[in-house]
Design a protein around this ligand. Sequence first.
Ligand code: ZN
Length: 512
Amino acid sequence: MPERFTVTTPIYYVNDVPHIGHAYNEVATDVLARWHRMRGDDTWMLTGTDEHGQKIMRTAAANGVSPQEWTDRLVETAWKPQLELLNIANDDFIRTTDERHKVGVRIFLERLKEAGYIYHGEFEGQYCVGCEEYKTANDLVPGTGEYEGQLVCAIHSRPIEIVREANYFFKLSEFGDRLLALYDERPDFVQPEHVRNEVRQFVKQGLNDLSISRNTFDWGIKVPWDETHVVYVWFDALLNYITANGYGVDEERFERRWPGVHIVGKDIARFHAVIWPAMQMAAGLPISEHVFGHGWLLVGGEKMSKSKATGIEPRQITEVFGVDAFRYYFSSAIAFGSDGSFSWEDLDARYHSELANGLGNLASRVIAMVHKYCDGVVPDVAADAELQALMADAVGRADSAIDTFAIHDAVDAAMAIVERLNGYITEQQPWVLAKDESQRERLGAVLATNVHGIGTAAILLAPVMPETAQKLWAAVGGEGEVSAQQIRRAHEWRGTGRVTTVPPLFPRIEQA
Ligand SMILES: [Zn+2]
């Protein structure tokens, strides 16, 4: 039986303009999914868009179209193209306006109501339309400029609205103890540690029931027993993870794909690690496997935001450096789980030192030498034992790093092979060996070791740089698709015994 690996990005808020913060999440999730596929795991990667709520209704109206037309347009012109641009191999894309999602949400609500976890109640609160969330006093700050003298949302810097509603409520307050028990019994449920502590602290303070419907606007999924209400967007959105996987309509599929792993920004970890597992408990579902809250991308010390000058579109980077370099940079430059700063200077420096001079140069030198000294035939001798051991070690380290979501460590392990091979060439000086007929065998071993090492690195880098890895793989005589290789045995690969040619992988980029 293969292991099962279902992994999700958050569903992206369709009104946002996709920026490298979203791309960071998409690439990381894709790398994990590709890695698991190369283990042979029964893998499923889900992504999608969050399309309901008052703010979307308002922007659609401002643009003179229906909300459905508005979200269709954004999905097709912004969100799906971003996935294609970044070479994301998601297996599914769910929209909260999909019929399958609406059906699943209604089934879920009915079951929760039957189980006694939903009631009708009165509520008055300070509501931020930007957040689609009621705010507590802690979430508000004094306004400035035109909002001087008012309290505003700390995230949106805009005044909150006092909303009085008779809504349906989910008895979230009943789940505090069970959630704390979950965090204790499964210490790896919320990762990394600092996010886990934050979530735990939040639950320990006591939970309030959650208002899960609205009746002041109608762009949403109607509450099945009361069509004057639509489902609160967060409640609606979280359910995508199961409605995409057959919940309530296809039990076989649901059992195969659920539970899954959620890769989210730490700012929404609370929704995923508190509300979502409580919802699953209430419905008697298996609880998600992990919630991993990654850090923020900072630009000039600030969290990336579309409304600030820090918003960078992925295309601005891929047009200069290429898609694989983009994927590599964001997978390796920042420890996954920590905040990290993006800078063009750092990207440029790593591109040239690690990719162009490190990996690209290694491949082109080795391929050229095999052609020059051996007519393109890889000498049929075993790789040097020291290097062979290093490769086996790198494969093991990279593979276990993936299990702790340490994507950056996995890339490091792969690149350690590249670095060692470059040092090895300098030490062994194959061009000197080639001048001495008595060193023929030694020359063969050095070249075979290099070819083998590049192939091993190509397999390990395939989840991160799919296209580059395929070119490297073909160049060293790998057969078929590099992505079809068994990643845990990357160091055991065998090829055709012939090198071909390697196209320029990382052309030098002149600074504008
Ligand atoms: Zn807000």
